[in-house]
Design a protein around this ligand. Structure first.
Ligand code: ZN
Length: 352
């Protein structure tokens, strides 16, 4: 009897170890990738820069610096500069170079007709194809209508929702969940002053829904209000929007914390598409305003990889590094396609 119970127990332990081995051989990491349009490194790192234009004081991202920074790899401060990877300091060339991993050169010079459709695929398309994912396992939810032109060379291979498009369940498009129906109604009634671009709060709520319901391998969230408010010269509103972004980053972290194993296997990467001018030129960004080329980013590795990732420390970083970084996290062998280098030097695959 004793021996029989022991062998059952050992058997159970054996099965437990076996399934752990299977899991670690087949580690599936996920990425939530958030872009905040036109947020200057000055505010990200140093908080309020124009105290006479706002009553706010201190950090723009206080929750991040207090709770998350110690778990993150951070790029773009004064010692470790980070640059855009296109010559124009404008959004669409910025996003195209982020998602393809290199500058599209003169093929994309601006946000309008001066930007051609992508002629090469993005890391989202590569992830979808090489990891053989369902189309709902890769999703892009963004405020800005033109964002679509940066994420896919071939339309409709994964879920993309931009601008005022109502949100649906892409796996079950005929049945709208009640919570989405309400959000869609509210969105219609609360168009952004810069419509057809959507107000970020709807983009964020849609994205949060998607994250919880679909637990995708790759979720891209593109927010935009900060850039619009800055262009209007509204420093106070711009700064308050950064505070909102800070809360939302915290919400994403909390949500991942509530999603069990999926959450522990998910990395969070945040960046901006371009900087802005210095001093009185803070509200604009352009090639002639050199500071617009300086950006920032951070990577919070999956909780299960804490202490198992080694950061590359070369002192200079660029948007082009994001593609190889994401590909490393997703376990895709890095092709020598672009000029970037992964920020993650290595991942120690031996779990304790
Ligand atoms: Zn802009």
């Amino acid at each position: 009897m004793d021996g029989w119970i022991r062998s059952i127990l050992l058997g159970t332990v054996g099965i437990g170890l076996f399934s752990m081995n299977v899991a670690s051989a087949d580690d599936q990491w996920n990425v939530v990738f958030l872009t905040l349009d036109g947020v200057r490194a000055e505010e990200f790192f140093h908080g309020v820069r124009f105290p006479r234009r706002t009553k706010e004081t201190g950090h723009a991202f206080p929750l991040f610096w207090e709770r998350t920074a110690q778990h993150a790899m951070i790029f773009g401060d004064d010692d470790a500069r980070m640059r855009i990877s296109n010559p124009y300091s404008v959004s669409l060339p910025g996003y195209q170079s982020i998602f393809t991993g290199r500058s599209q050169g003169s093929k994309c010079r601006g946000n309008g007709d001066d930007c051609q459709p992508l002629s090469e695929s993005t890391f989202l398309e590569r992830a979808k194809n090489d990891l053989k994912l369902k189309s709902s396992e890769v999703a892009v939810i963004a405020s800005w209508t033109e964002y679509r032109r940066a994420v896919e060379k071939n339309a409709n291979s994964f879920y993309v929702n931009v601008g005022q498009e109502p949100m649906i369940d892409p796996e079950n498009p005929k049945e709208l969940p009640e919570s989405l129906g309400q959000l869609n109604q509210e969105q219609k009634k609360n168009l952004a002053p810069w419509a057809p671009t959507r107000s970020d709060r709807f983009t964020f709520d849609y994205a949060l829904w998607y994250l919880k319901e679909k637990q995708p391998r790759m979720l891209v969230i593109g927010l935009n209000d900060a850039d619009e408010l800055a262009h209007h010269g509204r420093y106070d509103s711009y700064f308050k929007t950064l505070r909102k972004y800070d809360e939302w980053i915290e919400r994403l972290r909390e949500t991942l914390g509530q999603l069990g194993e999926y959450g522990r296997k998910t990395a969070l990467i945040v960046t901006t598409d371009h900087g802005r001018g210095k001093g009185v030129f803070w509200s604009q960004h352009a090639r002639v305003l050199a500071a617009s080329a300086w950006v920032w980013a951070f990577v919070v590795p999956p909780e299960e990889l804490t202490d198992r990732v080694t950061r590359r420390n070369t002192g200079t970083y660029a948007h082009a590094d994001i593609r190889p970084t994401v590909e490393k996290l997703l376990g895709l062998e890095t092709k020598k396609a672009g000029p970037g280098q992964s920020w993650i030097e290595s991942v120690d695959s031996t779990a304790d």
